[in-house]
Unconditional design. Structure first.
Length: 455
């Protein structure tokens, strides 16, 4: 016997089927099993659609058997789930696997499905199908593997895209069922089941309303096809704040108010701050009285959806005091990343005298005058005493230079321009003849005089 004849015989022997097949093959449809004959038809699928068929292998013997082969070969076919080989199945034990198919060209397709002792021919027909597209700013785009991007949408807002179903084939086709899963995307204006004649089209819309900030996703299902939907939720931008300062008299010891208007109604919640900054005209002066009425030089406000101005608690305005020092008061508002700023100049003025009183005691008269000097430059002083008839008492007007005393006082004071002046005057003679007095204060802005003040 030649070696060539032996090789031929051995090769032929490899194709002899086993005398006793240990495995059986069925198709799983729903919850039922169907026998798979030598040729198994998967039916028809529209061009571009995908289909998956589930199969089951069973060890039909009464003893364990080893599965060593499982393969499918054919254009468009693939095993998408299968057991790892080799796999040992106990008596009557089963294992499932899935064969998928996808093709865009119309026509008839087939594939050989093989396993240990089993061979079947799978067939399927690809028929003309509908075309699906989305209308974008860049034009009509066919749906494919890339997600349909709705872009960035503010929370609370909705963006809709229009989709088209076109029948570009030569035969009438029914529009398929459509579905969009629960979430941030919603289907509207869909008309499934409509019969589309060649060249006809029907449309539908998908609305995107993000429920949270950040990337959002969804899925559009058309018959057996699925298309990813994508978008992003963004927090609406806060409107721009605009300051209004109401201070009729640009002077010290005044109360003003500040309003924060918005250039558009707010679309979201937000909070901002008002800040008072003061640059004193007498450099380096400290004045804690320049502050908001609620205290401090910072005030917080809130913005709610629909608001056209900021709210300071239950008030629409923030009240503030101008203190007792001349200079430039600057108000800054910040809301989000946007700021607005305005300044008001508090003008220098003569000494403001708010209270005066005097008392007699043991041959002297003590005078006390309360006021403020927003220039912090007070110096020349004069005092005049009067009898009951209103006549000046000798020696007449008494003058003094308080420049050094005021300068030292303001240099050490951290209370702005406020002061209390106490002066003691010795008196020779009958104190009862002195009934009233008037005092005069001069600073760099002018002179101020108290009213006649009775004892």
């Amino acid at each position: 016997m030649s070696s060539r004849w032996w090789r031929t015989l051995a090769l032929a022997a490899g194709f002899v089927p086993a005398a006793h097949a240990q495995f059986t093959l069925t198709a799983v449809v729903g919850n039922a099993e169907q026998p798979v004959p030598g040729v198994y038809d998967l039916g028809a699928v529209s061009s571009g659609d995908a289909v998956a068929a589930r199969f089951r292998l069973r060890n039909a013997s009464n003893a364990p058997a080893t599965l060593t082969l499982l393969a499918v070969a054919g254009t468009g076919f693939a095993l998408t789930s299968a057991p790892s080989l080799p796999a040992t199945l106990g008596a009557q034990q089963t294992t499932d696997f899935t064969v998928s198919f996808h093709a865009s060209e119309t026509g008839s397709y087939s594939a050989a499905l093989r396993s240990d002792g089993i061979s079947a021919l799978l067939t399927i027909a690809v028929v003309p199908g509908l075309t699906y597209a989305v209308e974008t700013a860049a034009g009509k785009q066919l749906l494919g593997s890339a997600a349909v991007d709705f872009g960035a949408v503010e929370l609370g807002q909705t963006k809709a895209l229009h989709f088209d179903i076109d029948n570009l084939t030569a035969q009438a086709l029914n529009a398929p069922a459509l579905a969009v899963g629960a979430g941030d995307f919603a289907l509207s204006n869909a008309a499934p089941g409509v019969l589309l004649q060649p060249g006809q089209a029907v449309g539908f819309d998908i609305q995107f309303r993000p429920s949270a900030a950040g990337p959002r996703g969804g899925l559009l299902t058309i018959s057996s096809r699925s298309y990813a939907l994508a978008g992003a939720g963004i927090v609406p931008a806060l409107p721009k704040p605009q300051l209004t300062i109401d201070l009729p008299r640009k002077q010290s010891a005044q109360q003003g108010s500040i309003t924060v208007a918005l250039d558009a109604p707010a679309k979201t919640h937000g909070s901002g701050t008002l800040t008072l900054d003061f640059q004193s005209a007498p450099a380096g002066a400290s004045d804690p009285a320049i502050a908001f009425a609620a205290g401090g030089r910072t005030a917080a406000f809130t913005v709610e959806p629909g608001d056209t101005e900021g709210h300071f608690g239950s008030q629409a305005v923030a009240l503030f005091q101008t203190g007792t020092t001349a200079g430039v008061l600057t108000v800054t508002v910040q809301l989000g990343e946007v700021t607005d700023r305005q300044s008001v100049t508090i003008v220098q003025a003569p000494v403001a005298l708010s209270a005066a009183q005097a008392a007699r005691s043991n041959g002297s008269i003590e005078i006390q005058v309360t006021g403020y000097d927003n220039t912090r430059t007070a110096g020349p002083l004069s005092f005049t005493f009067f009898d009951a008839a209103g006549n000046a008492v000798a020696p007449g007007t008494i003058r003094a230079d308080g420049t050094a005393a005021f300068s030292k006082f303001f240099r050490e004071s951290d209370l702005g321009g406020t002061f209390v002046l106490r002066a003691l005057f010795p008196v020779t003679g009958d104190l009862s003849g002195i009934a009233s007095f008037a005092a005069e204060f001069t600073n760099s802005a002018g002179t101020a005089t108290t009213a006649k003040t009775r004892f």
